[in-house]
Design a protein around this ligand. Structure first.
Ligand code: AHG
Ligand code: MN
Ligand code: MN
Length: 334
């Protein structure tokens, strides 16, 4: 018998029907903007190395079109397919200094979507996994259309109604949560659909991998240095390996599947941390908590941080619950 195939669209509709029988279906329509856009980005990422042999010269390709960098293509694609949903009032992206207002839906749009269109973009040229990260916030309607749009974006992570990412890796995979567990869907390129492949993902309780940019080690606060030494010396009763890809999506995805910890602490050059709160740390923190893990900035929960600016940075420490609790003890002693 054929195995039961479940697309992400069916999954979200069924989840909504089960948990919110009165839901309008608007959210699944929003999500379909993300799935469509990321399939287009995936197709572009898969062709990334071909530009050189398809006749591209400098800024212009064979058709005389300007060749755009993938992060710009990814950004334009997301802006287009989220901006035409009819329910997204505001979008904010790593690639745009200010929030992008959808004038048509500014008054009544129920949602704000914040995203990192192409995460890990420096890895593109070396054929290593990259990703897209998104965070969906609800907003109150604004019948006058006069409210400060930035205030609608600067909401703490606890207010996310959904978050997720797509990893363009050896396969393309969408991982998302609406607050009812974390679910993963693998893109079947032959039919162009994201199919449920990882239901109810949980971060393993005891991992054996730590992940950080160790070149920054000397600039980490002492508590982090001691914690890493503790892991290396078998202090948790098992042997650790180190893995660091340099694409948050890929490093987080491995942490979700295999366990362990991912750390981007404050460093000498980035005392506030390097990663961005709204479109990197918050969505990953939401997923981590939904998968039974923890995410902190070294002081407290990432999701409780009250954002002050759109591109604000934060330290990000995320992983399995008990490893994170030990980390917090080490950091507190600094
Ligand atoms: P982006 O490509 O969206 O600018 O993000 C890059 C980020 C993130 O993906 C990764 O975790 C981090 O930068 C790596 O930073 P280092 O090179 O400092 O390790
Ligand atoms: Mn990024
Ligand atoms: Mn990016």
């Amino acid at each position: 018998m054929q195995p039961q195939l479940l697309t992400v669209q069916q999954h979200i509709l069924e989840e909504q029907r089960r948990l919110f029988p009165d839901a309008s279906g608007e959210f699944s329509w929003l999500l379909s903007g993300i799935t469509l856009a990321t399939k287009i980005v995936a197709a572009q990422v898969r062709r990334a190395g071909l530009a050189g042999i398809l006749g591209v010269t400098r800024e212009t390709n064979v058709q005389g079109e300007t060749v755009q960098k993938l992060d710009v293509i990814a950004n334009d694609t997301l802006l287009q397919f989220l901006g035409n949903r009819g329910n997204v009032a505001i979008m904010a992206s790593e690639e745009n200094e200010d929030p992008v207002i959808v004038e048509r839906d500014r008054k009544h749009g129920k949602y704000v979507v914040v995203f990192d269109p192409l995460d890990g973009s420096s890895n593109i040229d070396v054929n290593v996994s990259v990703g897209t990260i998104f965070s969906v916030l609800r907003r109150e309607p604004d019948p006058t259309g006069k409210r400060d749009t930035l205030a609608d974006v600067l909401q703490p992570g606890t207010r996310q109604v959904a978050a997720g990412y797509v990893v363009y890796g050896s396969s393309t995979m969408l991982v998302y949560s609406t607050g009812n567990g974390v679910h993963g869907f693998t893109l079947d390129p032959s039919i162009g659909a994201y199919l449920l492949s990882h239901e109810n993902m949980r971060i393993p309780a005891e991992g054996t991998i730590y992940s950080c940019n160790e070149a920054n080690y000397d600039g980490f606060p002492a508590g982090y240095q001691r914690y890493l030494a503790h892991l290396r010396q078998g202090g948790l009763g098992r042997t650790y390996s180190s893995r660091y890809i340099g694409s948050l999506v890929a490093d987080f995805h491995r942490t979700l599947l295999k366990g362990g910890v991912f750390l981007y602490p404050p460093t000498a050059s980035h005392p506030q941390g390097k990663l961005r709160l709204l479109y990197e740390a918050n969505p990953m923190a939401f997923l981590a908590e939904q998968a039974g893990g923890l995410a902190t900035d070294g002081q407290g929960r990432i999701l409780d941080i009250k954002p002050e600016s759109l591109h604000q940075r934060t330290p990000l420490l995320v992983g399995g619950r008990s490893e994170m609790e030990t980390l917090m003890e080490f950091v507190a002693k600094t």
